[in-house]
Design a protein around this ligand. Sequence first.
Ligand SMILES: C[S@@+](CC[C@H](N)C(=O)[O-])C[C@H]1O[C@@H](n2cnc3c(N)ncnc32)[C@H](O)[C@@H]1O
Length: 253
Amino acid sequence: MAGRDLSRRYTAADLRVFTRDEASRFVPDGDGDPQTDIDLAWELLYRLEPELYDRLASAERLHPGVLGWLPRAVDRIVEVGAGAGRLTLELIGRGREVVAVEPARPLRRILRRKLAEADHGGRARVTHGFFDELPLGDDVADLVVACSVLTPAAGHGGEAGLAEMERVCRPGGCVAIIWPNNLDWLAALGYRYACFPGPMAVEFPSYEEAVELAGIFYPDAAEEVRRRGQARVPFEVLGINPPRDLAFKVLAP
Ligand SMILES: C[S@@+](CC[C@H](N)C(=O)[O-])C[C@H]1O[C@@H](n2cnc3c(N)ncnc32)[C@H](O)[C@@H]1O
């Protein structure tokens, strides 16, 4: 297992880790293969090796322009698919209350630990939930945000998930999808786009960590990461678009 890349890390036997609610979203036909379905492999990672996922997400920092764009001094912020809190910790202090919705229990545990360490003064609440059934009332938030989560696939949000985000957002509030993966889909649903320029790199804590995590998450780039000999790896070396953009919709007042 140690250095095995994500596409070969888990097997169908690992799907047992899903709760019934998770299985109904991630393997709706009752079975699946994480060695051919990379989305399934990511979901297993969040549950079987959450600290490994957190090491990666902590190194892939969001562009300061994205963070600067997000509103400040609002009442309530809802984040969907908060994970281990890459964005959540940046949201504290921008709202009277931040509600972080996250389905994977092991990630909720990490997020709660980080929030406790960050002394958030009770302003953040972490709760279980899925895009298609957000555990929140209508019109309760000024900002409803998701980062590196929503896709057009039903199990990962889809149109129903976006409609839920808009239901929870108050009139005049904003729904924002950070690091979106399907711009045409969002544009067709009335979302505008913002992107921030400048070089961006994944900031691994050490060269050794860069080599190890590239081997697991970016195996095609692992040799180049080793050759460069640095902890800082430009996103283009890894072959992925950097977290420098967002799609958003301001709801009619
Ligand atoms: C790539 S991680 C991103 C986590 C976090 N937003 C970040 O940027 O670090 C994807 C997250 O989406 C969550 N997720 C997957 N399917 C979901 C769904 N149907 N509803 C809500 N969250 C979901 C996962 O549990 C995971 O935390």
